[in-house]
Design a protein around this ligand. Sequence first.
Ligand SMILES: [Zn+2]
Length: 271
Amino acid sequence: MENAVTCRACGKELAHGQIESDVHYVLPDGKKLDYSLYRCPACTLGFWWPMEQPPLVFYQKMYANFAWDDVSRDFPDTEDFLEMAHGLQGKLLDVGCGSGAFLYQLKTRRAPFQLWGVDLLPEGVERIKKTLGIPDVHAMPLGEFSKGEHAGAFDVVTSFNVIEHAGDPVPFMESVKRLLKKGGTTIFVAPDANTYTAWAKIHNVAPNQFAWWNRKSLIALLEKQGFRDIVVKPIGHMAAIDVVMGPAVSLGLVKKKIDFSNYGSLGSTDF
Ligand SMILES: [Zn+2]
């Protein structure tokens, strides 16, 4: 079928034309990016197509305002994580570790984990190594990190508000599975798109966010990816959803300051 698109959570093939919105950008070098929002009628995932990640400079500009926050402040999802991770220990990898705030919370609380991190942005990784005393952090794409020596090395893989930004969630979850030991657990947080306001819908378009998750679509993704003991629950501090699975996940909403004004232009949204 021409232009066939499959749902990235449940795998259902969508008819061309099931598009809710379009968004267009012009990058500083003149390159055009065009994305369309599809809505899966089966699992209700909203996803932007194509799921092509923009160049690194996009993330560097987007996160320049807040990625280097004072990490001594509390990381909002720490308590929820510790509750979900009760009884777990060993090697922990935080995917998209950003400023290192979550890893630093685990370090200061003496949580029973050996702390590892991976992130696209080398600025944050260098800062974590130098100022937080956490040496095992790496600047590289998750897919690359998951191959070779790190495959099957981790007891726990976490990510906090990463999966909605990470492009195609299928290779993302495949990388997470590759990194986990047999019987390992993933715990992650993502915003609940059912709580998105009109403002959030305008700001959470591709290539910032590629997928709009909710409880139903997250369960569909995890089941399709072969996870078991799936738990999805709201995080207390925001109206959101959590997902835990064992291999497990968590989902919540964290507001981020995002400023597109330095990057391209928001052409047309249709919410
Ligand atoms: Zn679906």
